[in-house]
Design a binder for this molecule. Structure first.
Ligand code: PAF
Length: 281
């Protein structure tokens, strides 16, 4: 059986008001659809932590800096509803464009600092789009908790910051990245990889693991990084946008893992932009 779809904001609000009147807690899992096991793990975490669970599906045009990327983004609503069926979620909220951005919409939520680096530096406007839509989804769903994957580590920091800064009464919960058996981080974008590219894609994670081990063993950061980039490029990746060691909390660049650190990467493989990150130490 497919999960119940809610398209209108007033229906969603009515539903949530009834739950809240009965003292039930509400969890939200914001997604852009093309659901995979990573998303489903967030839903399971939400089911464990909350009485009611809403999954949102909205392919947010404001966070795509490239119109072609938006056009090509996988759209699989029926499949998504079928995948959510067995998880027994309370609502799948699928607003349309005008519900999210009615005529005259003029507000932009912009989180400073954290968004100047990594994906923020390479995808102008991306995090403003994310912050704007996530703020709306938090306010529309009135959820008590929101579940995000660590796969989008910078996004997780940005939405945590915005909820705190705007006093939105929601707890942002980060959940571990789910990987394929060969190490490739699960992502909706993996659907866009050709069979051939899919074979090479796990090299990104393999090179990052090797680099992390080298850093923990006290190796030279610049040499190790150059070797990792060469390995990624040998696998057919054409543009390594970044491969950085950064502090978990501030995302400031580090040369060695002297405090809780994360290795983060973005690279292009056969026209598909893949990102990944791993804890170091
Ligand atoms: O991670 C995503 O799928 C999106 O960035 C999000 C959080 C649903 C906002 O559109």
């Amino acid at each position: 059986m497919s999960a119940p779809i809610v398209r209108s904001l007033s229906d969603l609000r009515g539903m949530v008001a009834r739950w809240k009147q009965s003292g039930e807690t509400v969890g939200v899992v914001p997604t852009m659809g093309a659901l995979h096991q990573g998303h489903l793990s967030l839903v399971r975490a939400a089911k464990e932590g909350c009485d009611r669970v809403i999954v949102t599906i909205f392919i947010n045009p404001k966070q795509f800096n490239n119109p072609e990327d938006y056009e090509n983004y996988p759209r699989t609503e029926e499949d998504d509803a079928r995948k959510l069926g067995p998880l027994d979620v309370d609502a799948v909220y699928v607003p349309d464009g005008p519900t999210m951005y009615p005529d005259g919409f003029a507000t932009n939520v912009s989180v400073g600092g954290l968004t100047n680096v990594l994906c923020g530096a390479h995808r102008p406007g991306h995090f403003d789009g994310v912050a704007t839509v996530v703020s709306k989804l938090f306010l529309q769903t009135q959820a008590d908790r929101a579940y995000f994957g660590e796969k989008d580590f910078q996004q997780l920091q940005v939405v945590t910051r915005l909820a705190a800064d705007l006093d939105i009464p929601i707890e942002v919960v980060g959940c571990p990245t789910i990987r394929e058996e060969d190490g490739l981080a699960m992502s909706s974008r993996n659907l866009l990889l050709s069979d051939r590219a899919r074979v090479w894609a796990p090299e990104l994670n393999a090179a990052m693991e090797e680099l992390a081990e080298g850093l923990l063993a006290g190796g030279d950061a610049a040499d190790l990084r150059a070797q990792a980039v060469a390995r990624i490029e040998r696998a057919g990746f054409t543009d390594v946008e970044y491969l950085d060691l950064r502090a978990c909390d501030t995302l400031e660049e580090l040369t060695s893992p002297t405090r809780p650190a994360r290795l983060l990467a973005a690279a292009w493989l056969a026209g598909v932009r893949l990102i990944d990150n791993i804890a170091v130490g």
